[in-house]
Design a protein around this ligand. Structure first.
Ligand SMILES: [Zn+2]
Length: 380
């Protein structure tokens, strides 16, 4: 199943394409999910406003970071009131997810709450969605997933209709991002590429995309945070998109499964939350054995994938690879481990491990019991 957005425009000033796309799609009444701060700061508004002025646009701007069901519900009501015929989502991961969810859920007979909590099906629908990321990291423009929080609990929806049918990835929109956001979002791409390579769900194609993604982020992530250039911004946009494409097939694994509670309970930015357990999980997964291998292709296969990651990192063994990951985190201001972020006692770590979604964890190449995870994370 090779689901990728049919049209991807990845280059400097690609945002200029919007007018042509909207005319081609015969769009008259767009629903514009837009992160206002990103819209102004990125310079996107200077380019886009003249292109939108002849259309009847409904703007959806009032939403919190990390998508909430209440925001999706308000968006659906506004979308239907407007009789919208197209969705444009501009911003970071939250705006992307809201654009996906509102577009797909607005035309459903069942209530949004029932669908996102899995009590009612998402019926087939065409999502006319143009995704315009303003950060380089989530790769959400290339995936058929969306995350939404319902009463503080995280739900993940996966459906073909959530995949944007067009994406504009314009690195100039990321030029104004401050270093901490460049760091956190870039680390998301970096971790997604590594997790995708070792994921039980990986295919040869997804490993190729993840490998190329990782090469770009290794060459440009640290410099892109500390002294960004147009070249590093473009490379990180590419890393982000390719990692998105890779996880769209492979899905993510343990570091992502562990990250969601770090974000919702401790407010740690998503990319940092994922990166903080990446090194320990690399060590854990490298010790895979016949009795705990979760990849049907077997232990040798998983070891080869771990070797590939070690080699891409420029390391001579797993321990060295962990050091390289730790150095990258340190160089761009990410807490080195859980205890550096104040999660330093066993009760907190047990609660964190208890929060993980078993299904997402089953995609990790080595089966991890809650006890083994607690032990691993306490010692790291
Ligand atoms: Zn992520």
């Amino acid at each position: 199943m090779a689901m990728i957005p049919s049209n991807v425009h990845l280059r400097e000033n690609a945002l200029q394409e919007v007018g042509r796309i909207l005319r081609r799609e015969r769009c008259r009444r767009p629903f514009f999910v837009v992160d206002q701060v990103a819209y102004s700061a990125s310079g996107g508004c200077d380019v886009l406003e003249p292109l939108l002025q002849d259309l009847c646009v409904s703007r959806f701007t009032d939403f919190e970071l990390n998508p909430k069901l209440a925001d999706v519900q308000r968006g659906i009501a506004q979308y239907n009131d407007h009789a919208a015929d197209f969705v444009i989502a501009l911003g970071g991961g939250t705006a992307m997810d809201l654009g996906k969810l509102i577009g797909a859920l607005a035309r459903q007979p069942n209530p949004a709450r029932e669908i996102v909590t899995g009590k009612a099906p998402l019926l087939p629908t065409e999502n006319r969605l143009l995704a315009i990321p303003t950060t380089a990291g989530t790769g959400s423009e290339a995936t058929h997933f969306a995350v939404v929080y319902v009463d503080h609990q995280k739900f993940s929806l996966a459906d073909e209709s959530l995949l944007p049918n067009e994406a504009i990835i314009d690195p100039t929109l990321t030029h104004s991002l401050p270093p901490p956001i460049t760091a956190a979002t870039g680390l998301d791409a970096f971790c997604q590429a590594i997790e995708s390579i070792w994921a039980a769900g990986a295919s040869e194609d997804s490993v190729r995309d993840a490998t190329e993604s990782l090469r770009h982020s290794l060459a440009h992530l640290v410099n892109g945070v500390r002294s960004p250039t147009p070249e590093s911004r473009l490379a990180m946009c590419r890393a982000s998109y390719l990692a998105g494409r890779a996880i769209n097939v492979s899905k993510t694994t343990a570091p992502h499964a562990l990250s969601y509670a770090l974000t919702s309970d401790y407010g740690i930015p998503h990319g940092f939350a994922v990166a903080m357990t990446l090194g320990p999980m690399l060590l854990f997964n490298s010790q895979v054995s016949e009795s705990d291998c979760a990849d049907p292709r077997g232990v040798q296969h998983v070891r080869k994938r771990i070797d590939l990651i070690v080699e891409l990192l420029g390391a001579h063994d797993v321990e060295h690879a962990r050091e390289i990951i730790a150095r990258i985190l340190a160089e761009i201001g990410c807490p080195a481990n859980l205890s550096a972020a104040g999660i330093n006692d066993i009760a907190k770590i047990q609660r964190l491990v208890g929060s993980v979604n078993a299904q997402r964890m089953s995609n990790n190449p080595r089966t991890a019991s809650p006890d083994s995870l607690v032990e691993l994370l306490c010692g790291s």
